[in-house]
Design a protein around this ligand. Structure first.
Ligand code: F6P
Length: 358
């Protein structure tokens, strides 16, 4: 008998269900023994507080195309994982206890950066853990691609496409704010796919004067509009120079809802132009996974299933240089995969005339 626990952790994304279905199908179809799957509800919370249910084949039927996660998810911050909860419960001890109580052979965790730190900790504590790289941000170290990313690129691109037509009609400057947390993969790719004129990402701090130069250059050429794809984590050159403490102090008195509104305000003041801000927000994480993500997540699921069947634990399944790989969890945990400002894609974007405000 093979007993497998499964949970989805952190912000959701498209293809979480497709990935879990992949694991389950692979194991069911190829295991020599009988198999039981247990789904922990709402991420690590389910493992801590023993909230789980047994999963049957029916749970995985028809979910390849379904967004969200059939298990629910939540954020359980890693930085307080060693601290007792409000009732004095030792969260790490509780997770171990519930794992052993269910006599699990393995825990499958689908998560992003923070969730991988907890997964590595559980491995260190002696549990058999296998993880799959989930996030629209594509910022997980050790894999070229995370599932959810391509679906989010599609949605963010669609948003920029829609803005294009109205920006053209009105001759306005439009800012589309794109998710991605502290990295620029999503705004960079959606920005390029949507034909944005200016792309601002956290890895390349911007100079507001360079942003305005680009808008004025387009005006001088007779372009009726300018579109900026701005990462939610975009940062100005001045702010990037501040110490962490000084930057946090600045944020205490920050009155704009986000960096895009601050930019809009600066551009309007300096140019007298009419600016509009669009924030697609969580739409980027919602809805059905795109075909790429359905295939990719299914493949990752199958690879994870293979590791389980071979009794190889302690890895994240990833994708590097067009090959499926396994990366030890301790190597993944705590590292961020950022956009290299000197990479080919940035150089090519600049050759196409896209400004990064630098
Ligand atoms: O990590 C995925 C992500 O959507 C980021 O792009 C974004 O910064 C964050 O989650 C939003 O988190 P929440 O859903 O908790 O508001």
């Amino acid at each position: 008998m093979l007993r497998i626990g499964m949970l989805t952790s952190g912000g959701d994304c498209q293809a979480l269900n497709a990935a879990m279905r992949g694991v389950v199908k692979c194991v069911y179809n190829n295991a020599k023994d009988s198999v039981e799957f247990y789904g922990f509800e709402d991420g690590y919370k389910g493992l801590i507080y023993s909230k789980f249910h047994m999963l049957t084949g029916a749970d995985f039927s028809g979910i390849l195309t379904r967004g969200g996660t059939i298990l629910g998810t939540s954020r359980v911050p890693f930085k307080t994982i060693r601290e007792p909860d409000e009732n004095g419960l030792d969260k790490v001890a509780a997770m171990k206890q519930n794992y052993y109580k269910l006599q699990l052979d393995c825990l499958v965790m689908l998560g992003g950066n923070g969730s991988h730190k907890t997964a590595a900790l559980l491995k260190e504590e002696g549990l058999n853990v296998i993880t799959l790289p989930k996030t629209i941000d594509n910022d997980l170290w050790g894999t070229d691609m995370t599932f959810g990313f391509q679906s989010a690129v599609d949605i963010a691109t669609e948003a920029i496409d829609c803005i294009h037509t109205t920006a053209n009609s009105h001759g306005r400057v439009f800012i589309v704010e794109i998710m991605g947390h502290k990295v620029g993969w999503l705004p960079l790719n959606a920005g390029m796919a949507g034909g944005a004129d200016i792309i601002l990402i956290p890895e390349i701090p911007y100079d507001i004067n360079k942003v305005i130069d680009k808008i004025e250059e387009r005006d001088a050429r007779g372009s009726r509009f300018t579109i900026l794809a701005v990462a939610e984590g975009a940062i100005s050159k001045e702010d990037a120079k501040l110490s962490k403490k000084d930057y946090e102090k600045k944020l205490e008195t920050y009155t704009f809802p986000s960096v895009s509104y601050e930019l809009a305000d600066s551009i309007a003041k300096k140019t007298g132009k009419e600016i509009r801000v669009t924030v697609p927000g969580h739409m980027q994480r919602g809805g059905s996974p795109c075909p790429y993500d359905r295939v990719f997540a299914s493949r990752l699921g199958a690879e994870a299933g293979k590791l389980i069947l071979n009794g190889q634990y302690g890895y994240m399944v990833g994708y590097k240089n067009r090959e499926m790989i396994k990366v030890p969890l301790e190597k993944v945990a705590g590292k961020l995969k950022t956009v290299d400002p000197n990479s080919d894609i940035i150089e090519e974007a600049k050759l196409l005339g896209i400004s990064f405000g630098d």
